[in-house]
Design a binder for this molecule. Structure first.
Ligand SMILES: Nc1ncnc2c1ncn2[C@@H]1O[C@H](COP(=O)(O)OP(=O)(O)OP(=O)(O)O)[C@@H](O)[C@H]1O
Length: 299
């Protein structure tokens, strides 16, 4: 038995009856999302699809409360995976477990197995894991230091030797360029990061995450605090990034999921109810609960 698991049988705790999965006829997107507007899916990626991570029967509980219940899920490079579902269904908890951030919550216990390139993440050194599987949070969280040092921080911390500033200039520029921020900050690299706008701060946090060259980028509602223009810039960035790394995004915004996600995982009460291509989940959901959720029957 996994020593991390809480003693009572997981399935007996607090979850409602499992959702019924019924085949349904394809329904048009306009009625599926309930707003009458067709939102096209993301443009096709030309990158090969490679599985980087896998969740196998992942269960996470906070004390007796089961937040994630036996979830199996692949996470692939070349695709953007969006996790959707109503508030409290376990999206953030599952996302945070991928680089073991749930371990920072004392009451949290996890069972099941999560792998990164076939290796059990529990066997990896945790700092290295969090470099390889990097997280961007809902609220931009730049460090109280200059724009340059925010990005250089990841490079300094990642290596065994502290590189000289001259050696950092090129990788800092590359990361800021990838995050779509270079042109806006190149003349003010020594300015405090906290003086940037919210959208710029979020892109700086993405640049900081990218500087360490992660293999997987986790994004927890990365645009929820941002204006529409900043949101568009970050969505375009997500689509570019999927060519090189696996991207997982948690979002409440179904239109955003439709715009960026190649794959969608719909969660409800800790269960993974449905996983499929964005087109399938939004246009032809198999489960009644998915159909109700993407149709706007509950939120
Ligand atoms: N630190 C914690 N301690 C106890 N329970 C928690 C903790 N964090 C989350 N939970 C509970 O776990 C369940 C899943 O929460 P989680 O934040 O993962 O859901 P979510 O789908 O991301 O929700 P939201 O969309 O509102 O962010 C909820 O019932 C929540 O109350």
């Amino acid at each position: 038995m996994d020593p991390l698991m809480p003693p009572p049988p997981i399935r007996k705790i607090s979850l409602d009856a499992p959702p019924t999965v019924v085949p349904v006829a394809p329904i048009p997107l306009a009625s599926a999302n309930g707003n009458g507007h067709h939102t096209p899916g993301p443009p096709a990626s030309s990158a090969p699809v490679i599985e980087r991570m896998r969740c196998e029967a992942v269960t996470i509980a906070y004390g007796p409360k089961v937040a994630v219940n036996r979830v199996d899920l692949p996470i692939r490079q070349g695709e953007v995976l969006a996790m959707i579902g109503p508030s409290g269904c376990g999206k953030t908890t599952l996302l945070r477990s991928l680089n073991r951030l749930t371990e920072l919550t004392p009451s949290a216990a996890r069972g099941g197995r999560i792998t990164l390139d076939g290796e059990d993440v529990d066997q990896l050194e945790v700092t290295r894991l969090r470099t390889r599987v990097s997280m961007v949070f809902q609220q931009p969280n730049p460090f109280p230091m200059s724009v340059f040092d925010n990005v250089a921080y990841a490079l300094r911390e990642g290596g065994r030797k502290r590189p000289r500033k001259a050696a950092l200039i090129e990788p800092v520029e590359r990361a800021l360029t990838r995050a779509g921020l270079w042109n806006e900050v190149k003349d003010n690299l020594d300015h405090p990061a906290l003086r940037l706008s919210g959208g710029q701060q979020q892109r700086l946090c993405i640049a900081r995450a990218l500087a360490a060259q992660p293999e997987v980028l986790l994004m927890d509602e990365p645009c929820s605090a941002l204006d529409p223009l900043s949101t568009t810039i970050i969505e375009e960035l997500i689509l570019e990034l999927r060519e090189q790394i696996a991207v997982v995004i948690v979002t409440h915004n179904l239109q955003q999921a439709q715009r960026v996600a190649d794959r969608v995982a719909f969660m409800y009460l800790g269960e993974l109810v449905e996983y499929g291509s964005g087109e399938q989940v939004f246009n032809a959901p198999r489960a009644q609960r998915t159909r109700d959720y993407v149709g706007g029957a509950f939120g």
